[in-house]
Design a protein around this ligand. Structure first.
Ligand SMILES: *[C@@H]1O[C@H](CO)[C@@H](O)[C@H](O)[C@H]1NC(C)=O
Ligand SMILES: *[C@@H]1O[C@H](CO)[C@@H](O)[C@H](O)[C@H]1NC(C)=O
Ligand SMILES: *[C@@H]1O[C@H](CO)[C@@H](O)[C@H](O)[C@H]1NC(C)=O
Length: 321
């Protein structure tokens, strides 16, 4: 696991009664909700030698369980498809999740595919077609590269350390932490609930000096790296439903390597649950859908088998592709 709303515009559903000829569209007064969301997860490039015998790309099952725990299904997205194929997938999924790992954030296939989806998501949201994106650890680093159009990462090593978050003023009015009970917010700022496993990040200074980042994202939390640098640890899109955490909420419930500082306290578990539920609920606001039920079934993660990986990685189980 090395490392590397629209103030939310309600998505009003316009249905035309019978959709025939001159029928006037009927405006439903409630927000459209999709209770069968599918979140796409880009597979990650294998960089670790011990994993190479099993495949070229992978998804740790901890991320899959995390997303499923929020009430969503997961679709793994390979890095070998054409742009047209990604455009087609985009119309079917209800959100996208960039996981952690170690890949070049500008030249790798992971970065190339992420950029295709990022552009599609920007255009969709601009057109009122709600589509959320989440980035964890390297996934958040990738979001900063996509938004800034350049790589602003520097050494902000916080490797195998659990930290409380230094929440900003904006966190208190954020969407991400909106549904948190007061005691959990308090715990989040006082207890080491966030597992950090990274070498790079965006310092608060680099972030604040980049107008593309400051106009796009609100900083919800910061932390201090081993070298004393203050780095941005949680962000939320000001206009777009895009979210990033430099830490790993999925480990709190789904990773157990005792050599690593995975927070497993009740508050740590609650934090992880709340954020998974939050992001999946963002996915429920997306009305993208598969037209073909058979294609839907065969696209989901369920047809793949994870392998036991607890004896050669810090993950318990991994899907290889
Ligand atoms: C915590 O936040 C305060 C106020 O925003 C800031 O002055 C301080 O540098 C932050 N500390 C870290 C470790 O980021
Ligand atoms: C980053 O900083 C840490 C802590 O100061 C140091 O131990 C590490 O070697 C540095 N890593 C890189 C890649 O420069
Ligand atoms: C890990 O455990 C599995 C299942 O017991 C076993 O098949 C595999 O050879 C082990 N791998 C290593 C690298 O020890």
């Amino acid at each position: 696991m090395s490392i590397k709303g629209f103030s939310i515009l309600p998505c009003l559903l316009l249905v035309c009664s019978f959709c025939s000829g001159k029928a006037m569209p009927t405006k439903l007064s409630q927000e459209a909700v999709n209770d069968r969301p599918v979140i796409g997860v880009l597979t990650q490039l294998v960089s670790d030698d011990v994993m190479k015998p099993f495949g070229r790309t992978y998804i740790p099952s901890s991320y899959v369980k995390y997303i499923e725990s929020g009430g969503s299904r997961v679709m793994p997205i390979r890095l070998t498809l054409t742009t047209a194929e990604y455009e087609n997938i985009f119309k079917k999924i209800n959100g996208l999740f960039f996981i952690g790992g170690a890949a070049n954030l500008e030249t790798s296939d992971f970065a190339r595919v992420a950029q295709i989806f990022y552009r599609l998501a920007l255009a969709a949201n601009d057109a009122g077609d709600f589509f959320p994106i989440w980035g964890t650890c390297m996934g958040m680093q990738l979001l900063t590269v996509l938004v800034a159009g350049e790589n602003l990462l520097t050494n902000t090593t916080a490797e195998n350390v659990a930290l409380p978050l230094n929440l900003t003023e904006e966190a208190l009015s954020s969407r991400m932490f909106q549904g948190f009970p007061q005691d959990l917010i308090k715990a989040l700022t006082q207890e080491p609930l966030t597992g950090n496993f990274h070498h790079y990040g965006v310092t608060v200074k680099n972030f604040q000096e980049n107008v593309k980042l400051t106009s796009f994202f609100s900083i919800l939390s910061t932390n201090e790296a081993e070298n004393g640098a203050h780095f941005v640890s949680t962000v939320e899109g000001k206009k777009y439903p895009f979210y990033g955490v430099q830490w790993h909420p999925e480990v709190n419930r789904f990773q157990w390597d005792s050599k690593l500082n995975f927070p497993h306290s009740l508050h740590a578990v609650q934090l992880s649950s709340k954020l998974a539920e939050f992001f999946v609920n963002e996915g429920r606001k997306s009305l993208h859908t598969f037209d073909d039920p058979e294609e839907e079934v065969s696209s989901l993660i369920y047809t793949y088998m994870p392998i036991y990986a607890g004896n050669f990685t810090s993950y318990e189980q991994i899907y290889f592709f």
